[in-house]
Design a protein around this ligand. Structure first.
Ligand code: TRP
Length: 336
């Protein structure tokens, strides 16, 4: 990295539904830690959300809910920049320019598009296809140097690096865009579905029992954990023995992460127990962590004015950086 480059973290979360345990453990918890050490920008990526159709009223609600989730999880909007993507026009402007830097061949390698578009690729929006270029624009617009991402976004970040490099080369703008580094949580990069330990916990999975919502009540958490899929073997004493037991591994991972310990330590304490006992402890740990956040979210959701103020303040701060950088990009590209 260029010596003169200031460290800056950027990450985004799509406002497409309620935040769940996977968002919290896989992203938000890390976002909160990072803001203690570095300058951070956290964005509600509404432009990404509309790559699949969103009901306008729902979208509005989801943008505010996600903002409430950010604040309730502990993001400090005085310290970090919190805003929604569509309110800073630089994202769209830079995305177009980067669409012209990025290559069709690069896009065609993106596995998430293939998954999301499914069988009916011809009918997917063009936006969904070039989604990774917009994500590159998000990061590069602020010349961010570090990007906390889950496993599933690694390939998109790799692409953002390629785009930054190609822009710098094509326009002979040495080191203009820093090449962003991924920050991947080692301890837990993925929380899996409670119904299928090989699938990521996701807002789009149909069954509510597949995920724990940050706004779930104590009762709901208990019920969902009780119903969570496991197998009939007791808890082993070695991590290797969890290799072919994805559901068991997932629950032990969640417990370890929530209680700030390692899976090895958890196994030391739990080996030989059957899952019904372990599940009680898991539920208690989750209730203690999640319910206070859920309560805060619900309270914040009743104060739209406050949430809008937070976004407006973030937008103003983001715009200062974005305007400066997009101005320079336009100059480099040759616009008058
Ligand atoms: N694509 C990311 C996701 O779905 C969200 C995102 C958009 C993002 N822009 C970003 C993440 C920039 C990191 C940096 O999770």
């Amino acid at each position: 990295m260029n010596k003169n480059t200031k460290t800056l973290v950027f990450s985004g979360v799509q406002p497409t539904g309620n935040l769940h345990l996977g968002n919290y453990l896989g992203a938000m918890k890390n976002f909160v830690d990072l803001q203690k050490k570095m300058e951070c920008i956290y964005c509600v990526v509404d432009l990404h959300a509309i790559t699949v159709f969103q009901d306008p009223q729902e979208l509005k609600k989801n943008i505010l809910d996600t903002t409430a989730g950010f604040v309730a999880c502990g993001l400090d909007f005085k310290k970090s920049i919190i805003f929604n993507q569509s309110s800073v026009s630089g994202h769209s402007e830079l995305a177009w320019i980067l669409n012209c830097v990025s290559r069709v061949g690069w896009m065609n390698r993106m596995t998430q598009f293939k998954e999301k578009a499914g069988k009916n690729k011809e009918n997917a929006s063009v936006g969904l296809y070039v989604y990774p270029n917009l994500m590159a624009a998000d990061i590069l617009l602020y010349k961010a140097t570090h990007v906390p991402v889950g496993d599933d976004q690694k390939q998109h970040l790799e692409l953002a690096r390629d785009i930054a490099q190609k822009f710098n080369n094509d326009f002979k703008a040495n080191n203009f865009f820093p090449i962003p580094e991924p920050l991947i949580q080692k301890k837990l990069s993925r929380v899996m579905s409670l119904r299928d330990g090989t699938k990521k916990m996701s807002k789009s999975e149909e069954s509510d029992y597949s995920r724990i919502d940050l706004q779930d009540s104590e009762d709901e958490i208990n019920k969902k954990i009780k119903k969570a899929k496991t197998d009939s073997s007791p808890i082993p004493d070695k991590v290797e023995d969890l290799k072919n037991r994805p559901e068991a591994l997932n629950l032990l991972n969640i417990y370890s992460f929530v209680t700030n310990t390692t899976v090895e330590k958890t196994l030391e304490n739990m080996a030989g127990k059957d899952f019904s006992k372990f599940k009680n402890e898991l539920s208690d740990a989750l209730v203690a962590t999640i319910c206070p956040i859920g309560k805060k979210i619900k309270k914040l959701k009743n104060d739209n004015k406050y949430l809008l103020e937070i976004l407006r303040e973030g937008t103003n701060k983001a715009n200062v950086i974005a305007k400066k950088n997009i101005g320079k990009v336009k100059e480099i590209v040759g616009f008058i």
